[in-house]
Ligand binder design. Structure first.
Ligand code: GRF
Length: 204
């Protein structure tokens, strides 16, 4: 199953996905292409170092979000992509992308959704005084950080945490959680019922 990873920056989750693929931990999923909306994204080098195909589609070249997403869809279809993973892709996606890949666009977010959606999730958790936060992998819908949840993991907040220390602990969890989620989704045996992702096969 060909997977595209969409990035805008650092690409540490991308690195974790590539490493998992190399270990055979992504099940049938194979990272076929990495797409960035920014030519200077460090993650492009992460992909190139591993010989993964990269593509830059600059958002400034398109008049609207829908036109941008249509260009993305065309590029992904050409590569027979079946699953799209947003990994620090700093753009809202439109129905054009979601409709082209129904129940096949994933995102990772650094909080336990629905708490603290949007930017600065780690800072939001600290400022709210939450005792636990975490990471969430969810299906993407045009509504920000609101799609059905595939998996989550809790990260405790300590009294001495700063945005930096909390972000680092959440990121370590993300690097484990995203490959796990991609494998679950790629292997199948699930369906979406309302807001819930439910298993249709019993694991051995
Ligand atoms: C991660 O914290 C992810 O949860 C959020 O953006 C950040 C991307 O980091 N969506 P990286 O580019 O994968 O290092």
């Amino acid at each position: 199953m060909n997977v595209a990873v969409l990035i805008s920056g650092r690409g540490s989750n991308l690195g974790a996905l590539i490493a998992a693929g190399r270990r055979g931990d992504l099940g049938p999923a194979r990272i076929a292409v990495v797409v960035s909306n920014r030519a200077d994204a460090d993650g492009l080098r992460v992909a190139q170092a591993d010989g993964v195909d990269t593509l830059v589609i600059p958002h400034g070249d398109y008049p609207s979000r829908e036109a941008y997403d249509a260009a993305l869809v065309e590029a992904l279809r050409k590569r027979d992509v079946r699953l799209v993973c947003l990994a620090g892709f700093m753009r809202l996606v439109s129905a054009v992308l979601c409709d082209a890949f129904p129940n096949a666009v994933l995102n990772i977010h650094p909080s336990l959704l629905p708490a603290f959606p949007g930017a600065g999730a780690q800072r939001q958790a600290l400022e709210h005084g939450a005792r636990v936060t975490g990471a969430t992998v969810h299906f993407v819908t045009p509504e920000l950080d609101a799609g059905p949840i595939v998996c989550q993991e809790v990260v405790p907040v300590t009294d001495t945490d700063t945005v930096e220390t909390l972000s680092a602990r959440i990121l370590a969890v993300e690097h484990r959680l995203y490959p796990h989620a991609v494998r679950l989704v790629a292997e199948g045996g699930w369906r979406i019922a309302g807001r819930r992702v439910v298993r249709t096969t019993i694991a051995d």
